[in-house]
Design a protein around this ligand. Structure first.
Ligand code: BGC
Length: 763
């Protein structure tokens, strides 16, 4: 026995390894099922699964004879894009499972970006809540509603880090920071997918746009991206990885090129990094006609680029039909292998399996659910509560806000009574007539206690061309009856007879989002002139600002006593704005992105490097240092910034030790006192600076945050546990590790005003 005793642990180990490497029984079941199915499939049928066409004009009950119906019957369709309504989806699914040879169900995907019919604030706004639970809740409700209407897959979250507010799609993401972006990404994925993807009220999420789409040169949409790998890994890739680690079932490749290879044809990106390094095992789809656009990028004809995309790791072709029309030929010519097609087809079938569609293809097609679970009063109430948490108070001189429900209140501006602009860009399923305007919200809030007087005051934009380009989903803006001067006069007359003026201004919904880059990001049209005229009445003026991006607000900050940034608040924007303006809710949102002083400072972000010639604090200019002659290096409002109706005082930062070794945990705590007269919430932010490294390190990086509610007069202690995990970064060789040395730990209510203490941490 003794002789063989060494064998026992070895056997145990071997057994453990086998167990560990063994797929779960469910997975075996899935694999067997798909193997069997694929054995029956022709090459053409497999290629058909890789095709995601647009849905065209589908009339319920007529699908079978429609163009798309015929193609489904031929096995040319794997899923459909942006088809709305459970009846239609049921009808289309019926064709797939009753009128095709193999009865493979379709997947139905849609851009459910910030809510479904109940629309939540735009994602940049949701990120401004710095509230993981609340963001997850918004995604949960979105999934509940979308799945009740036939959708089982959403093209969200969009996690592209964006440091350039000229880029319109900054509105769709979580802003400039990798840590905040990662937390938001996880919350979205958990909310959509829940714990069990096959349930009829969870849907598959798709993280996009992989990758680096937000770094488009000059903020011009779809533009070139060229970036060092160090920056990529440390500053841009983490949110995608976080979404994948959270279990996102699919990934959408981006339109842009990365260092000379477009993402959609980028094997390093879609295979080596995504699957090799990160272990992603879902499927990859292109963005809208992404494969066809490779021709414009200059990579070859449709057949060439389709083969390139497949070989790079794309599984599903959105809309362009390059796969459908060329892969067979490429296969016959030996340019793609059977194994590669099989692999892509398998991934699509696995997704359908995980969604439970093979068990019940009508799982998401319960017509009764559609009647009872969409746009419910509860969901609207949740949307309202969530929206109030996303507004950022940028300025509040002399406690201009909250305003009291009394006397005469002038509500002025092109967004004050503008239903179609409440929801914001990418509100695919919103019903605008259900959205609450600010005027309605105000009237409902004050009841008989105050009088509200409304005047439009200005157009959003005065240039007809711009109006046409940005008014497609919003209200056509330019007033047909009155000139800008007449509108203004009317508003001044209204303001003059009131006690306080609330100016509701900003961008229209379609001025941000896709293909909505701007080079001048100030208040558009003659809104500034209107503000000047309103100020001249001598009445206190509050600016309620609608925007999908940071705007340049120097003049407004200088002249307007109170500014509340409300992004686009969704279906219940009007009520939520009234809740905050009248003080029922104390604002607690914080900027997820820096607001620069002018466009020339862009890109301006808090976690920049120091340079070899940094400017001293509070300095504007010194010869031969890194600065501008005509503007300071400071932002107008820094990342993480946002005021409250109350005030918070931070104690010094306390560390439980200042010398650590190895895997210890450092406790950093800070006391926050609500020193004002309102109860309120503060987002306590933790930043770390790595003082000496093998490569240059940012001046600070967000590493944690906690939102705490503190009653007036009370003090709460917030403690962060810091471990070496929080010190890690990708070094020059892209190795993810931490380096021993000195670190500055900082905490505060924004990225600029922090309390700090130093530690020495050795390996
Ligand atoms: C956008 C994607 C979107 C897709 C499908 C594209 O134009 O870039 O974000 O998911 O359309 O609607």
């Amino acid at each position: 026995m003794k002789k063989y005793s060494f064998l026992f642990p070895a056997l145990l180990l071997a057994f453990a390894i086998t167990l560990q490497g063994q797929p779960m029984p469910d997975e075996i079941k899935m694999k067997n099922f798909i193997n069997e199915l694929m054995d029956k499939m022709t090459l053409e049928e497999k290629i058909g699964q890789l095709n995601l066409p647009g849905s065209g004009d589908i009339v319920t009950g007529q699908t079978s004879n429609s163009n798309i119906g015929l193609r489904i019957k031929e096995g040319q369709v794997g899923g459909l894009l942006n088809l709305k309504s459970v009846e239609k989806i049921r009808d289309v699914q019926r064709v797939a499972v009753e009128e095709t040879r193999l009865k493979i169900p379709l997947m139905f995907g849609m851009d459910v970006i910030h809510g479904y019919q109940t629309t939540f604030p735009i994602p940049l706004g949701l990120a401004a809540s710095w509230d993981r639970t609340l963001i997850e809740k918004s995604a949960r409700i979105a999934a509940q509603e979308a799945t009740a209407d036939g959708i089982c897959w959403t093209f969200s979250p969009m996690v592209d880090i964006a440091r350039d507010p000229r880029w319109g799609r900054i509105a769709e993401g979580a802003g400039e920071d990798a840590y905040l972006g990662s937390e938001v990404a996880k919350a979205f994925v958990h909310g959509y997918q829940g714990k069990d993807l096959s349930k009829n009220n969870t849907m598959m999420s798709c993280v996009k746009h992989f990758a680096l789409y937000g770094a488009a040169e000059g903020g011009r949409d779809y533009n070139t991206v060229d970036m060092s790998f160090q920056r990529m890994y440390n500053e841009y890739l983490p949110p995608y990885k976080a979404a994948i680690d959270a279990g996102a079932g699919s990934v959408m490749s981006s339109f842009n090129e990365i260092n000379g290879i477009p993402a959609t044809a980028n094997k390093w990106l879609l295979t080596d990094l995504l699957r090799g390094e990160w272990g992603f095992n879902g499927f990859v789809l292109t963005d809208f006609t992404g494969i066809n656009e490779l021709m414009e990028h200059g990579l070859g004809d449709l057949q060439t680029v389709s083969a390139l995309a497949l070989n790079a790791g794309v599984d599903l072709d959105m809309v362009g039909e390059g796969f459908l029309s060329t892969l067979k030929k490429s296969f016959d010519e030996g340019k793609i292998s059977q194994a590669t097609i099989d692999q892509a087809c398998r991934r699509i079938l696995e997704a359908k399996y995980k969604l439970g569609l093979f068990d019940d293809p009508y799982r998401y097609c319960d017509v009764n659910r559609a009647k009872t679970e969409i746009a419910t009063p509860e969901n609207f109430q949740a949307a309202r509560e969530i929206a109030t948490q996303t507004f950022v108070l940028l300025k509040n001189e002399k406690e201009t806000l909250p305003i009291q429900k009394k006397g005469k209140i002038a509500l002025i501006g092109p967004l004050a009574d503008n239903r179609k602009n409440m929801a914001g860009m990418w509100s695919v399923a919103v019903k605008h007539d259900q959205s609450v305007t600010v005027l309605e919200g105000f009237k409902e809030a004050v009841g008989k206690k105050a009088e509200i007087f409304y005047a439009k005051g200005s157009n959003i934009v005065d240039d007809p061309k711009l109006d046409e380009w940005t008014g497609s989903w919003g209200e056509p803006g330019i007033d047909p009856d009155r000139t800008p001067a007449q509108l203004r006069e009317e508003a001044v007359a209204v303001a003059s007879k009131c006690d306080v003026v609330v100016a509701v201004m900003g961008e229209s919904a379609e001025m941000s989002g896709e293909s909505s880059s701007r080079s001048d990001i100030s208040l558009p049209g003659s809104q500034r002139v209107l503000l000047e005229a309103l100020l001249q009445t001598g009445k206190p003026v509050v600016l309620v600002l609608f925007t999908g991006r940071p705007l340049i607000l120097n003049w407004e900050n200088e002249n307007i006593p109170a500014i509340l940034n409300v992004w686009f608040g969704g279906s219940t924007a009007g009520q939520a704005i009234a809740d905050v303006v009248f003080g029922t809710v104390n604002p607690s949102g914080k900027l997820p992105v820096t607001f620069p002083q002018n466009v020339g400072q862009i890109p301006l972000y808090y976690n920049h490097k120091n340079t070899g010639r940094p400017l001293g604090e509070d300095e504007w200019f010194a010869k031969f240092l890194s600065n501008y002659l005509d503007v300071t290096n400071d932002p107008l409002y820094p990342f993480g910034y946002g005021l409250s109706y109350t005030s918070f005082t931070f104690s010094d930062l306390k560390l439980d030790q200042n010398k650590l070794t190895g895997n210890q945990t450092l406790k950093a705590s800070i006391d926050i006192t609500n020193s004002g007269k309102y109860d309120g919430a503060e987002v306590v932010q933790l930043y770390i600076r790595d003082l000496v490294g093998s490569m240059t390190r940012p001046v600070k990086e967000l590493k944690g945050f906690q939102k705490v509610f503190i009653k007036a007069g009370e003090t709460k202690t917030v403690t962060f546990d810091i471990t070496p995990e929080d010190l890690k970064f990708y070094n020059y060789d892209l190795k993810y590790d931490w380096e021993a040395g000195d670190f500055v730990i900082m905490a505060g209510g924004n990225s600029r005003d922090v309390k700090s203490a130093q530690v020495n941490w050795l390996k």
